[in-house]
Ligand binder design. Sequence first.
Ligand code: F6P
Length: 359
Amino acid sequence: MKIGLLTSGGDCQALNAAMRGVVKGLEEICGDDLEIYGFLNGYKGLIYGDYRKLTGADFSGILTRGGTILGSSRQPFKLMRVPDENGLDKVEAMKSNYKKLGLDCIVILGGNGTQKTANLLREEGLNVIHLPKTIDNDIYGTDITFGFYSAVNVATTAIDCIHTTAASHNRVFIVEVMGHKVGWLTLYAGVASGADIILLPEIPYEDDKIIEAIQKRHQQGKGFTILAVAEGAISKADAALPKKERKEKLAKEAKKWPSVSYKIADMITEKTGSEARVTVPGHTQRGGSPCPYDRILCTRLGSAAAKAIVDGKYGNMVAMINGETKLVPLADVAGKLKMVDPDCKMIKEAKRIGISFGE
Ligand code: F6P
């Protein structure tokens, strides 16, 4: 059995744990009849034939190690069919390197963009297994992605630390949480840390509603307010604009404010006369050791992936659905985004205890 492995896109805490699960599972089944090729720095390694031959020992002792022992890079899906600067056809190059090594399968760990390319390779005839990685938790077809809960821990700790200063200084604080175009991470970290206002891309906010929520807390004798703001949060007015106009407006605003949180902070200061401070934990949210939940998730997904490979069930993502590992055809999920449902129970429950979503 000859398998390839690659990690692509933004890194996260449990990539090594997932690869360890796959390799340990295969070692148990295949014994000495196993060759492992690790492609370096994501799809780049597969395109340019940059790989290392690895053994089971390389995957030992990495369960708790963040990042990825293979390295990663972003190779946008939309550029995969565009030749590189030397005219190289990337898709043909990937197929050729796969075939040269005589691989039985390639295991691809990554988020949405990575998954689209994995599906493209499947369409091109390669045997592919995808494992759903991202702190954003936005991969369609799986309840959960690995990296998410570890990032929730980091973002929650960041907001927890702000709480004490916010209370001491009677200030408004904004903590900007990653998540790209979706609000999972902000919703979970916001609720876990007791944020008073949570702004998600899925629920466009209104300035006046944010101010109302701050003033209400003030009237209740609560001197400080904490906002958990998703990096992709958007105002109701901006969300209503036609796409082109919205893009132009946001590009102009990006020259004034580094991100949406700074724009909201200025608005709050202007309308209330109170200081509003912004904290951006940024890439710390992808760092550190995976939390126990992610270690378990990756061990299970990795083990299920090993079984799928041995059974020849290629062309699938290994998903976690209702607490069980399941194989989901890449053809059914690639290119789809899993967003927070504004009417979900968690949001209703959060609203019931007074958390504002700025609407
Ligand atoms: O997809 C993971 C993620 O961390 C997003 O939450 C964020 O928007 C993006 O990656 C940041 O990307 P980069 O590491 O390329 O700056």
